[in-house]
Design a protein. Structure first.
Lengths: 350, 104
């Protein structure tokens, strides 16, 4: 069981900055995120897009913002449970919470802060008859272990980075890799597009464009897909069909935690501390809603800051606390590191 | 100056809205401003297709950019008249525009 002061669900910018504000108050944090890397949408959807409304940063790439936040919170040694979805929450007799992920990892803390953005990213599924029947029986939306496809016949559908990247990886392993896309143009890193072109030229993969999968066939296991090439249908035997059409956010398990939900977001008390209807559970950033709510990173930072002050009072009832300025107090990390302003030199000029 | 546009939601109900043309707004943002069920997940970067709509009126819209083409090529329920709302800037020539929200 992982024990901490604040369990933060969602490792996007808001969740990451909460680690910093909590750290100033000597509170430790552990973050849970369904994605494999921290950064949330900024890292997953648009790492190379510039953001222009972060105060004092006229322009910063979303990916760089995440990197900088990670550097900023490093002294406070946050824990991470990545690639796992917070599934269940149980209130304990002592008032604390146990949050369990879909993989069974347990976390315990007196305070939970949900910074889940738009929710858990789930694969976008094509609209094909019988799709569910063969999920995990030949159809995969996420590749967890490439070894699974060794010496297998694989068909990947999609036109973005993940379709290109996995085509490159599996070309080495699988018996046969086919990449299929609705257009001839692919949207991905130039390097990946060129690699796939080379693999095609060397006949190491089969590229079918413009085309799409229109039907699935099989018994207990998926056995073939129907491929439509400009109106002509062909049968294509496969062991695995991997549709990679990107991810879409769903509020997910959080929706069933007994929290008050409005318009797909969690209602909080914004006049005070962004606490939900369950004391001890806060919601900050894009995942919450209140009158006048704006889904902006900078608003998430503000909400995280106020939430930490309230969490401090909840964890240390009756204990007096004053706001500290980092210019005066500096930063003392849990790792023993210390950052502070240089003292001015006072010297007589004779 | 405001223009009048019509958005047909996913239940088939038509909403007549007034959209400003001087606020650099796009159709996705107008939908959000009127609290219509358009998520706009990627914030208007033509990267999620959550604002996909079908253009029902015969307005001459700006050509699709390569980014929009690419996104629509990966989206579902795409038709000839599919567009991403976030790529349709509100301008005076769109007076009377009518669109229908594509299924989620």
């Amino acid at each position: 069981m992982i024990k901490t002061d604040i369990i933060i669900i969602g490792a996007g910018p808001t969740g990451l900055f909460a680690v910093f504000e909590a750290g100033l108050l000597k509170l430790k944090c552990h973050l849970i995120d369904s994605l494999a890397q921290p950064g949330g949408q900024c890292a997953e959807i648009y790492p190379k897009k510039p953001i222009y409304d972060i105060p004092s940063r006229p322009e910063i790439l979303a990916g760089d913002l995440v990197d900088q936040l990670m550097t900023q919170i490093q002294p406070f040694q946050p824990g991470f449970t990545l690639g796992e979805t917070a599934q269940d929450i149980q209130k304990q007799a002592d008032g604390s919470f146990i949050v369990t992920t879909d993989k069974g990892t347990q976390h315990k803390a007196p305070v939970v802060a949900i910074a889940g953005g738009l929710g858990t990213f789930e694969p976008r599924k094509p609209n094909l008859e019988g799709l569910q029947k063969w999920e995990d029986k030949g159809i995969d939306y996420i590749i967890r272990d490439p070894e699974k496809y060794r010496n297998q016949k694989v068909l990947i559908a999609g036109g973005g980075d993940s379709a290109l990247d996995w085509t490159i990886v599996l070309a080495e392993l699988a018996q046969e890799v086919t990449l299929i896309h609705r257009r001839n143009e692919f949207r991905g890193a130039l390097d990946s597009v060129e690699k796939v072109q080379a693999l095609k030229d060397q006949n190491k993969i089969q590229l079918i464009t413009p085309a799409e999968v229109t039907a699935l066939k099989g018994n207990t296991q998926l056995e073939a897909v129907t491929v439509d090439i400009l109106g002509v249908e062909a049968n294509h035997p496969v062991d695995h069909f991997i549709p990679l059409f990107g991810l879409t956010p769903k509020l997910g398990p959080i929706a069933h935690w007994g929290l008050e939900i409005e318009k797909n977001a969690i209602k909080v008390d914004n006049s005070l501390d962004y606490q939900t209807n369950i004391p001890g559970i806060y919601a900050i950033g894009d995942v919450n809603t209140y009158p006048g709510k704006l889904k902006l990173i900078l608003c998430g930072f503000h909400e995280a800051t106020l939430m930490c002050q309230s969490a401090y009072q909840l964890i240390n009832p009756g204990k007096r606390n004053t706001l500290k300025y980092t210019t005066v107090s500096g930063i003392t990390g849990f790792d023993g590191s210390r950052k502070e302003a240089q003292k001015s030199t006072i010297k007589t000029i004779e | 100056m405001d223009i009048k546009i019509t958005i047909v939601d996913r239940e088939g109900q038509a909403h007549k809205l007034e959209a400003p043309t001087d606020m650099a707004m796009n159709l996705m943002e107008v939908c959000k401003a009127y609290e219509l069920p358009v998520e706009g997940t990627c914030g208007g970067m033509a990267m999620c297709a959550s604002c996909q709509c079908y253009v029902l009126s015969d307005h001459q819209l700006q050509e699709r950019t390569p980014d929009e083409e690419a996104m629509l090529s990966e989206a579902f329920h795409v038709q000839e008249n599919s567009r991403l709302g976030c790529q349709i800037p509100m301008e005076e020539k769109l007076e009377g525009l009518k669109v229908e929200l594509a299924p989620e």
